[in-house]
Design a protein around this ligand. Structure first.
Ligand SMILES: Nc1ncnc2c1ncn2[C@@H]1O[C@H](COP(=O)(O)OP(=O)(O)OP(=O)(O)O)[C@@H](O)[C@H]1O
Ligand SMILES: Cc1ncc(CO)c(N)n1
Ligand SMILES: [Mg+2]
Length: 544
């Protein structure tokens, strides 16, 4: 296959809504507010605009959690059109696979021809290919009608343990299909089968397997670890022929994991069709599966051990916005700017200007801590700050106010010991957002970790006037918490240009940076103060 390039669709401006493309004299202006000439222009533009298009060549799952049904839902959720060639009809539910009826090879060929000879397909994604003959037909069709990318999910065994593609397909997969593929996405069991039943128990085994499968010809390999035992994380290994990347996600506790593999591969295909690079496509796909599992973890459909999940969760959780996901990087805690309403008012600057100045000076993460600001004013300022932070790639958190964080689509929330418990915050925000918790003791740090927080703030390290009744921990208290913490730590409380260096020079385990309030915002020029604090921290780190 040709290498993956951004498609014209990815570069095209936002598509007008379908409603705007259907002018009709009988529709009242209330339903259809555009003047006719504008509507006509939009209609013509929409016709000329290609829609990112994935063709899935896969089996039907009557329970609709996996197979063709999962593929269509996943592509729809990510904004790609999905046409479908059915290779087999399965009788399947949450208990297992009761029957498989393969579609005759010739008719699979005819379906592929119908789609590829007429529609402009960007990416072909394959799922269940029940016979060697069907794989052969597919390879022939792809040679005749080349597409931009080929995603191969080598479906062999369902999670229920039922065979979906027998050993007769192994050779042709390896010899004909893999060399044409841009990515192959086996789970651990499939990777093992492809490599002659080798045992795969560890991440290192998954890496070796990815490397061996890469030698069979695909440009990229993703070995999926959804079924790896004894792990609190779901870890997949990505290999591009040079570098291994471990994609780590939360392992969601749920029975509803039927179809995760099909969904992941379809999301990769959808993102490629939209013009993404392979690594980005895989990252989005993994996050999508994690989020969908999280939002569907308590769904009950069917009585068997493995239920389907909801691909269209974002329609029902409008507060949950995929576009905002900021993958947490503990190094972002390096220079953590926390706003204070009194100080910024005193110096005559708005919250927005204060945040802009801190980012200009090199702040690596920002928290809005607006204890006395009215909700409406706070939300307005928060929305403006989200725009500034997102355009600078700096995460923005909201102190305590989950409602404001949701409404402005911030990157996360920071809570104290008397605020909402972190696990409840996680329930509301989902897995993609950053959660920080203020902790003074190892027990609180342990609880924050159990609750699913991403980092802890530990202090006051020095006496502070910003927060009333805040006991000072000193270096020893900070050391105790840092040593015990399973999460990255940011030190807070009375930290300024005079003492920040000494905090970082302690070289404490898990300590990633310092959080400051008055040292930045109770000063005339926020940018200058931030810049100088940043260089102090960098010097200290190079010493420790
Ligand atoms: N419980 C879970 N929590 C989070 N992510 C998960 C979980 N289970 C699977 N995943 C993720 O889902 C994706 C699909 O991997 P998995 O190993 O489940 O594929 P699969 O076995 O082919 O799935 P299926 O055959 O059910 O369609 C991977 O990114 C994996 O890490
Ligand atoms: C039809 C079909 N394709 C793929 C899978 C793998 O999840 C399944 N269970 N059923
Ligand atoms: Mg699978």
């Amino acid at each position: 296959m040709a290498s993956v390039q951004p498609s014209a669709a990815a570069l095209a401006p936002q598509r007008p809504s379908t409603a705007a493309t259907l002018p009709s004299p009988s529709i009242s202006p209330r339903v259809f507010p555009f003047p006719r000439t504008r509507a006509r222009r939009l209609e013509v533009a929409a016709r000329a605009m290609p829609w990112p298009h994935v063709l899935t060549v896969a089996g039907s799952d009557s329970g609709a959690g996996a197979g063709i049904q999962a593929d269509i839902k996943a592509c729809a959720a990510l904004g790609a059109y999905c046409s479908s060639v059915i290779t087999a009809v399965t009788a399947q539910n949450t208990v297992g696979v009761q029957g498989v009826h393969a579609v005759p090879e010739d008719f699979v060929g005819e379906q592929i021809r119908s789609v590829l000879s007429d529609m402009s397909v960007d990416v072909v994604k394959t799922g269940m290919l029940p016979s060697a003959g069907i794989v052969k037909v597919l390879c022939g069709s792809l040679r005749k009608f080349p597409v931009k990318a080929l995603v191969v999910d080598p479906v062999m065994v369902s999670t229920s343990g039922d065979t979906l593609s027998g050993p007769s397909t192994l050779t042709i997969y390896r010899d004909e299909l893999f060399p044409m593929a841009d990515i192959v996405t086996p789970n651990v069991k499939e990777a093992s089968k492809l490599l002659g039943d080798v045992s795969l128990q560890t991440i290192s085994d998954m890496r070796d397997a990815a490397e061996c499968i890469h030698k069979l010809g695909p440009k990229h390999v993703l070995v999926k670890g959804g079924d790896m035992p004894n792990s609190s994380e779901a870890i997949d290994v990505f290999f591009d022929g040079k570098e291994f990347i471990e994609l780590r996600g939360l392992r969601i506790k749920t029975r509803n994991t039927h179809g995760t593999g099909c969904t992941l591969a379809s999301c990769v295909a959808a993102e490629l069709a939209k013009g993404a690079t392979m690594l980005h496509a895989v990252q989005v796909a993994k996050k999508f599966v994690e989020s969908a599992l999280y939002h569907s973890k308590d769904l009950v459909i069917g009585n068997g051990p493995q239920g389907p999940f909801d691909h269209l969760f974002s329609l029902k959780s409008p507060l949950y916005k995929m576009g905002s996901l900021h993958k947490f990087n503990p190094n972002d805690l390096f220079l953590y700017a926390v706003t204070d309403p009194g100080m910024n008012k005193k110096w005559g600057r708005s919250i927005k200007d204060a945040v802009k100045a801190a980012i200009e000076g090199g702040a690596t993460i920002v928290q809005l801590r607006e204890k006395d600001t009215g909700t409406r004013e706070f939300l307005e300022a928060a929305k403006a700050c989200v725009d500034i932070c997102r355009s600078s790639g700096v995460p923005l958190l909201i102190n305590d106010r989950i409602d404001v964080a949701l409404a402005c689509n911030a990157d996360g929330v920071h809570v104290g010991q008397t605020d909402m418990p972190a696990w409840e915050v996680r329930e509301l925000l989902g897995p993609g957002k950053i959660i920080g918790v203020s902790c003074k003791t190892p027990a609180q740090a342990e609880q924050a970790w159990k609750d699913g927080a991403d980092y802890i703030g530990c202090g006051g390290v020095f006496p502070t006037t910003t927060k009333a009744n805040n006991p000072t921990l000193g270096f020893e208290g900070l050391r105790t918490v840092c040593s015990a913490s399973k999460l990255p730590v940011v030190a807070i409380g009375g930290i300024n240009a005079g003492n920040a260096g000494s905090v970082m020079e302690l070289g404490l385990p898990n300590l990633k940076g310092v959080a400051v309030v008055s040292a930045l915002f109770d000063r005339e020029c926020v940018t200058t103060e931030t810049r100088s604090l940043r260089s102090i921290l960098m010097n200290a780190c190079s010493k420790s």
